[in-house]
Design a binder for this molecule. Structure first.
Ligand code: GLY
Length: 367
């Protein structure tokens, strides 16, 4: 088992990663048990994993209740939050209890937020079942629901007490979602770890084919990078954690243009967004063109969108910049961008000229 500590003082916790970990979950959860049953919150797509967890707990004489929510982004809503809080209150959840979020980013974000506000904060455990959740959203304590004004606009920083990652759960994840999660793996290389990007170039194909060693290494390395960044800047105040948003500003515009729908998954938007951030950096003379081409080539080889054409975007640069202006990262009227001096050398720039961004986007090939 690999153990990655997230060092946050009194809010510190461990991320435990091992193939087959779900089968051993009782040993990890038993120390957190209290007099009431554990409550497992999951969605309809991964309910079989939740059933297995319940059986594993029962075999160790640990009782549990399971709440199954509808799968999909629509579940990160006020209505589902209210319903979940009522169910948890009906079950008598106390502040010292641990609610178990078993699912992808939607379940992790919703259950995390419910836990943040239930009785002014109860404990929760993340058991992520998608690659994206295993390498990104289950670690670091960002929780949220969506509102009428946009995605993730209502939420809280609330750290889990424990994260249990079983890479075997990815065996049943559709390839498209594996690829979308892989974009976030590549992100860690691009941010500040050129050697890891080179590892991705050499091993990404094996990882996506389900090679257990490649998977375990990539997950542990990604979680280690995230833990380090979150440990330095838990609430995204100094700019360090903002590096995790590489590709997200361009990606947000593409996701908004496609209506935050299945036309472009979040990780696909991030992939195209990272390639665009590098291409824009190269156009501005900040980064070697060869690096931008290498980034796009690896994303393309991984079956991910790597420009506007492959993301299916026909909108003008002006329209895409308009979407960016509604990004929650807007700060005092300016939009911070993650730009690159090269692979593994990204930085936050608060003074990007949006007219330049629009002109750059207009130059990009369309489908
Ligand atoms: N997914 C970006 C962050 O956790 O900060």
């Amino acid at each position: 088992m690999r153990v990655v500590p997230v060092a946050l003082g009194a809010r510190s916790y461990e991320v435990r990663i091992a193939s087959g970990l779900l089968g051993d979950a009782a040993a990890h959860l038993a120390p957190l048990a209290r007099k009431r049953p554990f409550v497992i919150v999951t969605d309809a797509n991964v309910a079989p994993h939740a059933q297995r967890l319940a059986a594993v707990l029962a075999a160790a004489d640990l009782a549990s209740e399971t709440i199954v929510l509808p799968a999909g982004e629509g579940t990160k809503s006020w209505a589902q939050l209210e319903a979940l809080l009522d169910r948890l209150l009906d079950l008598g959840i106390e502040r010292g209890d641990h609610v178990i979020a078993l699912g992808g980013g939607v379940i992790g974000d919703l259950v995390g937020f419910a836990s943040a506000i239930l009785k002014r904060g109860c404990n929760f455990v993340q058991v992520p079942t998608t690659l994206l959740a295993q390498v990104d959203s289950s670690v670091g304590g960002k929780t949220a629901i969506n509102s009428r004004a946009g995605k993730n606009l209502v939420g809280a920083f609330h750290q889990p007490a424990l994260v249990l990652i079983d890479p075997d759960l990815l065996d049943t994840l559709p390839l498209r979602e594996q690829r979308a999660g892989y974009a976030e793996v590549v992100k860690y290389g691009l941010i500040d770890d050129a050697d890891f990007f080179a590892w991705c170039e050499g091993n990404g194909e094996a990882l996506l084919a389900g090679d257990p060693d490649a998977r375990a290494y990539a997950i542990a390395h990604s979680v280690g990078a995230k833990a380090r960044i979150v440990g330095e800047d838990e609430r995204e105040t100094t700019g360090t954690r903002a590096l995790l948003n590489l590709g997200h500003t361009f990606g947000h515009a593409l996701e908004a243009e496609t209506g935050f729908s299945d036309r472009l998954l979040h990780g696909e938007g991030v992939a195209a967004g990272m390639a665009l951030a590098f291409a824009f950096s190269a156009r501005q003379g900040l980064c070697p063109q060869a690096d931008a081409e290498r980034v796009a080539a690896h994303l393309e080889a991984s079956g991910l969108p790597h420009d506007l054409a492959s993301a299916g975007i026909t909108a003008s640069g002006g329209r895409l910049v308009e979407h960016m202006l509604h990004d929650k990262k807007m700060d005092a009227g300016t939009l911070p961008f993650l730009l690159a001096r090269g692979i593994g050398a990204t930085y936050l720039d608060r003074h990007v000229d949006l007219a330049e961004v629009a002109a750059f986007l207009d130059e990009q090939p369309r489908p």
